[in-house]
Structures are given as structure tokens and as C-alpha cells.
Design a protein around this ligand. Structure first.
Ligand SMILES: *[C@@H]1O[C@H](CO)[C@@H](O)[C@H](O)[C@H]1NC(C)=O
Ligand SMILES: *[C@@H]1O[C@H](CO)[C@@H](O)[C@H](O)[C@H]1NC(C)=O
Ligand SMILES: *[C@@H]1O[C@H](CO)[C@@H](O)[C@H](O)[C@H]1NC(C)=O
Length: 403
């Protein structure tokens, strides 16, 4: 028997946690790193047009430093963000505008929007603005500015927009879909921003529901089901098998419900592309469905192909779990709930990881001790209909001995 499997599995667990933390630290809202090393205390993924607002509110002098970020900006589009004391609408917006001008430079200026026919001309806003700058790097546009807010604008409406540049000037933006839903409330002091219009409040509820369903199913039930299979076998055979099935099937049912809400959310907002999150979600659904069919097509324990089935089942299973965790963190970046939810989930992962670190050597200890006592009846019961049919002797530990 190959004893190196045990440290390998422990490494695997540690690696998974590291991977999660790395992925979590790479992109998204709260964890985005700006090239100029600016750091902001708050961030919201805005409810439309795949944009983000980062800001730091300074209570003493009532100033707010903001960064409006829009990934996927070409040199032939303009971006704009502003606040509007008269409501979540275009006219009245005190806006910041940036686009690549005819000299090929990414230009930024302030523009008070006074009519629906605005050419987004330059002009001063109703409050002082300083530190105005903008960058367009790798297709990601960002406007930086510091606004000195009158007290009635600390909690106000925000409006943002993306449109084409024609003949070196900003031209009319689309008047359908996400372009008509890109407004909402913002409270710089409390850190809240909410969507408005187009039933967005309802949309936020749907997004939250999608997050909870998927985090519970893919992110908790399925990893626990895998742990049942791996660690309960030595203690409770064949109970582990039924628990494994119960956890994975309930995880799958809740997971598919969560997945469907995600697909629906994606289809409802064609302008917003969280394509990695969506593609991973589709891959995960495919893998999990394959696992369900694999269960039905499982060869008999003593069938000579059963070993290949086991390898396949483990490979797809572990891949699904790792990708699920990655995708849950991608989801956190998009949904951007209060930090406590992200930490709560990281806490659950650390707990599960700790269980793995304890149970893995324990399982090995029990398996090896039973072996040395001259029987492999529990570790690899040849008579048991759930075992894998290689009689345990050629298996490399519990890793290859479960059904
Ligand atoms: C407001 O206060 C912060 C910190 O005290 C300071 O960095 C900033 O320059 C001030 N801004 C203005 C416009 O006074
Ligand atoms: C383009 O933007 C740069 C930087 O703001 C500015 O210096 C330049 O005059 C602009 N060019 C035109 C044609 O407006
Ligand atoms: C398992 O062991 C039994 C009895 O020792 C033997 O008949 C059978 O061929 C073995 N199966 C495999 C797959 O090695």
C-alpha cells in the first residue's frame, strides 16, 4: 500500500484552501487592486452594465474619493458616472465623463447633464471636484475623482452610462436593456448602494437567493457528501453510502434550482457579462449531472472496469468541488454582499478543511491497523456490494476504496 497518499491528501486540502484565497484575492469588487495603489474603503458592483464603484467617504470635510470602473471599455466608447440630487434619472446628473479623444488620449472631464439631447459637453458641477483623472488599461476604464459633497448629496441617486464615440465625440447611448437600468441610490456614509427602476429590488432578492442556494448546495452539501464517502466508510459501512447519496442528491437538487436562477439572472441582463462565472456554472452543472448518470451506470463491484469507473467518479467529483468553491467566490465578487457572508463561508471551508486534516490520518491509521491484523474486511470488504471489486489488495488506500 502506498503511504504517500496521506500527505498528498493533506496537501490537496491545503492547496484547495490556498487556491480559494488566491482566486478570492485576484479580482472583483472589494479585492480589486488599482495600478496607482489607490485603496478605497467601500465598493459595490453596480446593478447594470458590469460596472463597479469604489469610494472612501471622509466624514470630517464631507468629501468622497471615488473610482468608477468599467471593464470591457474599447477606445471607441465613453463611460460616465455621476450623482443626481433630483432622482435616479439622466437629466440633472452631475457627471464625470471619460473617452479616448481624437488625439488618442483618454480624456476625462466634468459634465452637468441638462437635457436628454446632451452632447456631454464639458462644464462645472454643482459641487467642487478635485483630483480628476482616468485610465484605460487592458480594456478596463477607471475614472478617479474627489467630490466635496453638500450634506444633501451624501445619500443620493447615482447614474452611470456607457455609449459610443462617433467622430471624436460622445454619441447617444443605447436606450434599451441595461442602459435604461443603470441608476440607483447611493449612501456614501453607510456604504449602501441599491439599484432602482426595472424591478431591480426584486432582482437583488433573486441574486441573493441564487447566492444562498448555490453556496449551500455546491459549496457545503456536496463537499460534505464527499467527506462522508471518504471518512465514514471505516466507521459506518454501508451507512456512509446512503449518507453520501443523500448529501449529493440533495446538493444536486438544491444546486440545480440555484443554477437555474443564475441562468435566468444572466438571460435577464444581456448587457452584463459575468462570463467566467456563467461558464463555470454551466460546466459544474454538466459535471454534477454526469455524476448522477455515472451512479446509474456504475459497473458491479467485481466488474473489471469498476476500477476505471472509480477513478472517473473521483476525478469528476473532486474537480466539481474545487470549481464550485472557485465559482462561489466569483459569485461573492459579483454579488458583493456584506463582508461577513464571505467570511462566514471561508469559516465553513476552514472547518471542513480542518476535518479533512484530522480525519485523513485517522482513516489511514484505522485502515492500516486493520490490515496488519490480517483482515481487510472493513477497509475493502470483498463481499460488500458497495466496495470497488479490486479486493482491496491493489488499492492505494481509502482514496480508491470507496464506491
Ligand atoms: C479631507 O480630509 C482628508 C483627511 O483628513 C484629506 O486627506 C483631504 O485632503 C481633505 N479634502 C479636502 C478637499 O479638504
Ligand atoms: C485629448 O485629451 C488630452 C488630455 O486630456 C488633451 O490634452 C487634448 O487636447 C485632447 N485632444 C483633443 C483633440 O481634444
Ligand atoms: C477477488 O477475490 C476473489 C476471492 O479471493 C477472487 O475470486 C476474485 O477473482 C478477486 N477479484 C478481483 C477483481 O481481483
Amino acid at each position: 500500500m502506498d503511504r504517500t497518499q496521506s500527505p498528498k491528501s493533506a496537501l490537496f486540502a491545503v492547496w484547495t484552501i490556498l487556491l480559494v484565497l488566491t482566486v478570492n484575492g485576484q479580482s472583483g469588487c472589494g479585492t480589486h487592486r488599482f495600478d496607482n495603489n489607490m485603496v478605497f474603503t467601500d465598493c459595490n458592483a453596480l446593478s447594470a452594465l458590469g460596472s463597479f464603484l469604489h469610494w472612501t467617504f471622509n466624514e470630517q470635510n464631507s468629501t468622497v474619493s471615488i473610482a468608477f470602473r468599467h471593464p470591457g471599455t474599447s477606445s471607441s466608447s465613453w463611460i460616465s458616472w455621476g450623482i443626481n440630487p433630483s432622482g435616479p434619472q439622466m437629466v440633472g446628473t452631475q457627471s464625470l465623463v471619460a473617452f479616448t479623444n481624437s488625439s488618442g488620449q483618454f480624456q476625462v472631464y466634468t459634465s452637468p447633464v441638462i437635457s436628454y439631447n446632451t452632447q456631454l459637453g464639458s462644464g462645472s458641477l454643482s459641487f467642487p471636484v478635485s483630483g480628476l483623472s482616468a485610465t484605460l488599461v487592458g480594456g478596463e476604464a477607471t475614472i478617479f475623482a474627489t467630490l466635496e459633497l453638500p450634506s444633501n448629496l451624501i445619500s443620493t441617486s447615482q447614474v452611470w452610462q456607457i455609449g459610443p464615440v462617433v467622430n471624436g465625440n460622445p454619441a447617444r447611448h443605447q436606450t434599451s436593456g441595461e442602459n435604461m437600468r443603470s441608476s440607483g441610490r447611493i449612501d456614501f456614509r453607510s456604504g449602501q448602494s441599491t439599484a432602482s427602476g426595472g424591478g431591480s429590488g426584486d432582482r437583488q432578492t433573486k441574486r441573493n437567493r441564487h447566492g444562498v442556494l448555490n453556496a449551500v448546495s455546491w459549496g457545503v452539501l456536496m463537499p460534505m457528501g464527499a467527506m462522508m464517502a471518504r471518512y465514514m466508510k471505516v466507521f459506518a459501512d454501508p451507512t456512509w453510502f446512503y449518507l453520501h447519496i443523500a448529501f449529493q442528491v440533495s446538493g444536486y437538487v438544491i444546486g440545480v434550482a440555484g443554477w437555474a436562477t443564475g441562468i435566468k439572472l444572466g438571460n435577464d441582463s444581456p448587457g452584463t457579462s459575468f462570463s467566467t462565472h456563467r461558464n463555470l456554472g454551466i460546466a459544474l452543472f454538466t459535471f454534477a449531472t454526469l455524476q448522477v448518470f455515472a451512479l446509474l451506470l456504475r459497473p458491479k463491484p467485481d466488474h473489471k472496469y469498476r476500477i476505471y469507473w472509480n477513478v472517473y467518479h473521483h476525478a469528476v467529483g473532486y474537480t466539481t468541488i474545487i470549481l464550485s468553491i472557485v465559482n462561489i467566490f466569483k459569485g461573492f465578487d459579483i454579488l458583493d454582499p456584506a463582508d461577513k457572508w464571505r467570511w462566514a463561508y471561508i469559516g465553513i471551508l476552514i472547518f471542513l478543511g480542518a476535518c479533512v486534516l484530522i480525519l485523513e490520518p485517522l482513516t489511514w491509521f484505522i485502515v492500516l491497523r486493520r490490515k496488519s491484523r490480517g483482515g481487510n474486511t472493513v477497509a475493502a470488504p470483498t463481499s460488500n456490494k458497495y466496495s470497488n471489486g479490486v479486493n482491496g489488495t491493489s488499492a492505494t488506500g481509502p482514496y480508491h476504496q470507496d464506491a
